[in-house]
Structures are given as structure tokens and as C-alpha cells.
Design a binder for this molecule. Structure first.
Ligand code: BTN
Length: 319
């Protein structure tokens, strides 16, 4: 109810009367009054004028389930939104929910993570109130070896969302780091439960540096936030909304072929390493070469000095 009322007030240019809200949502005056008061307690500025109704004057930068749900125009991504003030890790929580039967498209959001996880066993910082930590649960009908491509799809979605929202030129460092002028603004971690031929579920965890104003010494050279880039506080719920909306669009394209063929061109345009010298940190050894772009399996093609081309499917690349 709260998210419906919020959505209605957000879309209205004039006051919306309590009576209108009751009729539209089939609830009592008391239920409307309660929902409005809860929203006010959460920090929404709602003007209430006798004989006119309610008007939304301001929204706090919160990423509650109501806030996110009330903005989403998606078919399945974020069909259920679970919000937590604090969690160890949204990936851990989403996996637990998956085991308990949560549906495809469930989104877990936390305002703070105390044990956020990054790729290659690294830790991921999510300080309270300033970052975005979200995990999308999916139950795709895909062979397990194709799952890694979904990290690329999420990388594209976040890149497209923040570029459009803030007129930026963020790019993707293969496979899925979103970077701005070489500094990371978003990392993605996909974890999956599968058997040989089928995925039971997978969780796509996404950490976005939104409103941090500084980073610890060891990250200063490597990370940056959208606020530090734009000079203004960014709207975290809006970033979540646009990222999920783009994810759905890109995923629809991905589903047509179950590979990256329909997205490859756009991904390669977003690729920061394209046509540049890279160092491949391959599990079997390190080598240098020129990155050509991805193929339809999402592998990075790297031309080595001896003229041969490697298809890099795992590991990391650095410049
Ligand atoms: C990376 O190392 O680049 C991946 C970082 C992924 C961080 C996100 S934050 C939300 C989700 N929960 C986690 O514990 N990790 C991911």
C-alpha cells in the first residue's frame, strides 16, 4: 500500500485527496492516513492540506522496498524487493532466499553490508547510507557454462544506466567492472547453484559506489563514487531502477540466442580495454596482448605478440 501511494503522489502534479486514494486503492481513510504517516516517519516530505489532500514535496535518499518498488517499470526484475538496513552480504541473503523458494526476479537490497564479498575472495566495502548493494535472484533456463555471460549483461545495464542518468562515459573493464577514467564505480559478483546440465538459481550481486565522499587509502587510486564524479549527491533508488530496467531489456536480447551475439557490438563499444594492450592474469599463467573485444560467448579475444589469439574465459585483465 505504501509503495502504491508513494507512486501515485510521485506521479501527481497537484494534490491528491485522501478520498481519491481510498477509492483508487480500495482501502479505508485510516489505512491511507497510516501509510502517509509511515512515509513521513521514513523521511518523505508530504504536505497535507485540508480539503485538498496530499502532495509529495521531497524524497530522502533511501532505498527501501517501497521506494524502489514504487519506481520500477519492469516485468520480472524486482518483482519482489527485500530491503535490510544491515546485512552480512546481499548475495548470501539472496542465496538463502533462493533455497527457501523465492521467485525469479527477487531483489535483495541492503543499506550496509558487514561482510560484503568481491571477486576472487576479496572483501567489498558497503558503508551505511552511501553505497548500493543489491543482488538479483534469477532462475534462468540456461546451461551452467553460460551463467558467466549474465555478469556481462549486468555490467552493461549498470553502465548504460549511469551514463544516461549523469551524462557520463563510464566503460566496462572485462568482464564486468564499471569504470570511469580507470577508476572503479561498480563491481559484480555472480554466484550459482547448479548441477551438470541445469542451473537451480543464480544470484547477481552488484555493488555501486554511489555517494561516498572518500575511500580508504588503499582504494583511493582504484575506486571513485558517482558523487565524486558528478559533484552532487546521486539518487540511489533511481540508479537501482534504471539498472534493473536496462537489465531486463538486455536480458531479453540475450535470451533470444542464449549468448552475447545480439549484445556483442554494444558491449564492445563499452569496453575500455578494446584495442588496447592488456595483461591477462590467467589461472595458468600471465601474458600480454592486445584486447580485440568479446566473442558471442562473452570471452575476451586477446591477440598475443606471436600473432595467435587467445579466448580468455576466466581470470582478470589489467592494463
Ligand atoms: C568485485 O569484486 O568487483 C565484485 C564486487 C561485488 C559486490 C556486491 S555488493 C552486493 C553483493 N553482495 C556482496 O556481498 N557482493 C556483491
Amino acid at each position: 500500500m505504501k509503495s502504491k501511494i508513494l507512486n501515485r503522489l510521485r506521479g501527481a502534479e497537484e494534490f491528491v485527496s485522501g478520498q481519491q486514494l481510498c477509492e483508487e486503492f480500495g482501502v479505508s481513510r485510516t489505512a491511507v492516513w497510516k501509510a502517509i504517516n509511515q512515509l513521513k516517519e521514513e523521511g518523505y516530505e508530504i504536505e497535507a492540506v485540508h480539503n485538498k489532500g496530499y502532495r509529495l514535496l521531497g524524497c530522502p535518499d533511501i532505498i527501501s522496498a517501497e521506494e524502489v518498488k514504487s519506481r520500477l517499470h519492469t516485468d520480472w526484475a524486482g518483482c519482489e524487493v527485500k530491503y535490510f538496513d544491515t546485512l552480512d552480504s546481499t548475495n548470501i541473503c539472496a542465496k538463502r532466499m533462493a533455497e527457501e523458494g523465492a521467485p525469479n526476479g527477487t531483489l535483495v537490497i541492503a543499506d550496509e553490508q558487514t561482510a560484503g564479498r568481491g571477486r576472487c575472495g576479496r572483501a567489498w566495502e558497503t558503508p551505511k547510507g552511501t553505497a548500493i548493494a543489491m543482488t538479483l535472484l534469477m532462475r534462468p533456463n540456461l546451461r551452467p557454462e553460460k551463467a558467466s555471460m549474465l555478469t556481462l549483461v549486468m555490467g552493461m545495464a549498470v553502465t548504460r544506466a549511469v551514463n544516461e542518468l549523469y551524462s557520463l562515459n563510464c566503460q566496462i573493464k572485462w568482464p564486468n567492472d564499471v569504470v570511469w577514467e580507470g577508476k572503479k564505480i561498480c563491481g559484480i559478483l555472480v554466484e550459482m547453484s547448479a548441477e551438470m546440465n541445469a542451473i537451480h538459481y543464480l544470484v547477481i550481486g552488484c555493488g555501486i559506489n554511489a555517494n561516498m565522499t572518500e575511500f580508504p587509502e588503499e582504494l583511493k587510486e582504484k575506486a571513485i563514487s558517482l558523487r565524486m564524479i558528478t559533484g552532487d549527491e546521486v539518487d540511489r533508488a533511481q540508479i537501482i531502477q534504471h539498472s534493473l530496467e536496462w537489465l531486463e531489456k538486455y536480458y531479453q536480447k540475450f535470451e533470444e540466442t542464449s549468448d552475447m551475439s545480439g549484445l556483442m557490438e554494444e558491449y564492445n563499444q563499452m569496453l575500455v580495454n578494446r584495442e588496447s594492450e592488456v595483461c591477462v592474469l590467467d589461472p595458468c599463467g600471465e601474458y600480454r596482448g592486445r584486447a580485440l573485444g568479446i566473442n558471442d560467448a562473452g570471452e575476451l579475444l586477446v591477440e598475443k605478440e606471436d600473432g595467435t589469439t587467445e579466448n580468455v574465459y576466466a581470470g582478470e585483465v589489467s592494463v
